[in-house]
Ligand binder design. Structure first.
Ligand SMILES: [Zn+2]
Ligand SMILES: [Zn+2]
Length: 158
């Protein structure tokens, strides 16, 4: 690396003035960076100040975009799967109990067993409906809160 050549102070590669930018108060040979190197450095370090001259980087913009619903679902997939599994069992139990109470009534007429099954079916049905309502409203609330604190940060040239 000859001393008159320009280079990127992050990746240390020589380059022409057209590919390099100066984003702080550092001057001289160690003043320039590639935009892509700077972007990578800001995103990995979380720093927006030059470590050498302490000035805030200029000529760049940080954009925060809220992460999407898919990313929320992905982060919480185990919770969602376990809720669905539990609900699935509850609804299925409700269905089986109600169906069996009808079958039994057909076969042997009115009896205590079919009444009990009907009650259990109703219990599972109501319980799973309330449970669904609660986790859906809580899920929406959680998601809205999560959206306010989870961003994808991007760096662009100003
Ligand atoms: Zn570079
Ligand atoms: Zn600097």
């Amino acid at each position: 690396m000859s001393s008159n050549e320009l280079f990127c102070k992050i990746c240390r590669e020589e380059d022409t003035v057209f590919n390099l930018i100066n984003v702080c108060f550092c001057r001289g040979t160690a003043a320039n960076v590639h935009f892509k190197c700077l972007k990578q450095w800001i995103l990995s370090s979380g720093r927006i100040h030059c470590l050498v001259c302490k000035s805030r980087y200029t000529g760049i913009h940080l954009i925060a975009r809220p992460k999407g619903l898919l990313s929320y679902i992905n982060q919480n997939k185990m919770t969602i799967v376990s809720h669905c599994f539990y609900l699935g069992i509850q609804y299925y139990m409700s269905y089986i109990c109600l169906e069996q109470s009808l079958v039994r009534t057909d076969e042997i007429g009115y009896n205590v067993g079919s009444d009990l099954l009907r009650l259990m079916g109703l219990f599972f049905g109501i319980d799973s409906s309330i449970y669904s309502y609660l986790i859906i409203t809580r899920g929406i609330k959680d998601y809205l809160q999560w959206k306010n604190t989870n961003f994808n940060i991007d760096v662009i040239k100003r």
